[in-house]
Design a binder for this molecule. Structure first.
Ligand SMILES: [Fe+2]
Ligand SMILES: [Fe+2]
Length: 185
């Protein structure tokens, strides 16, 4: 492993954020179905891995160290909200009704969430830093877990359904999809 590689937990998580932002930008410009499908697969894989490593390693470490429990609770709920759209996208095709809208709403949700994590002084990362967490050690654990998950999800392997951590499983009834596109002339 090159010694210049960033190993600090916050730097690693921020790197993931930047990567996903770029993928969403590419999706906005993408026109053909194949490219859209590939980008969404990549976005969902990145987000699945990122949410898992935060929920398994980073958030529990924050829970023990920071005093602001609200920010952490909201983080879990924001992750779970995003997972609903991720699960939808994983099961649909780019030419499906609402597909682009789902990607764009997911992108907005992630933007908001990332802002909350990275906000100066009161964001989750800033609070983790102020609390004196061992960011190097956490970074190592995040890297190891990320590597293992990357191998698990490599080569287009089907992603498992996302696991929610804060939702309590209320049933949703899938009614007939609404028709919003203009009828073909
Ligand atoms: Fe994050
Ligand atoms: Fe997060």
């Amino acid at each position: 492993m090159p010694t210049t590689q960033k190993s600090d937990a916050i730097a690693l998580l921020k790197e993931d954020h930047r990567k996903v932002e770029k993928l969403f930008e590419s999706f906005e410009k993408a026109r053909d179905t194949k490219r859209k499908r590939a980008l969404v697969q990549e976005i969902c894989t990145e987000l699945c891995i990122h949410t898992i490593i935060e929920e398994e390693i980073f958030y529990p470490a924050c829970k023990d160290a920071i005093e602001d429990g609200d920010i952490l609770e909201e983080s879990y709920v924001e992750h779970d909200g995003a997972k609903v759209l991720i699960a939808e996208l994983l099961e649909s095709e780019p030419d499906a009704e609402f597909y682009d809208a789902k990607v764009s709403v997911l992108s907005e949700m992630i933007k908001h969430h990332v802002k909350e994590e990275e906000k100066r002084s009161e964001g989750l990362f800033a609070q983790a830093k102020q609390a004196g967490l061992d960011l190097e050690r956490l970074g190592q654990r995040l890297t190891e877990r990320k590597q293992a998950l990357k191998e698990e999800f490599a080569d287009g392997a089907k992603l498992p359904p996302p696991h929610t951590r804060s939702f309590t499983g209320h049933e949703l009834v899938q009614d007939t999809p609404v028709q919003v596109s203009a009828a073909p002339r």
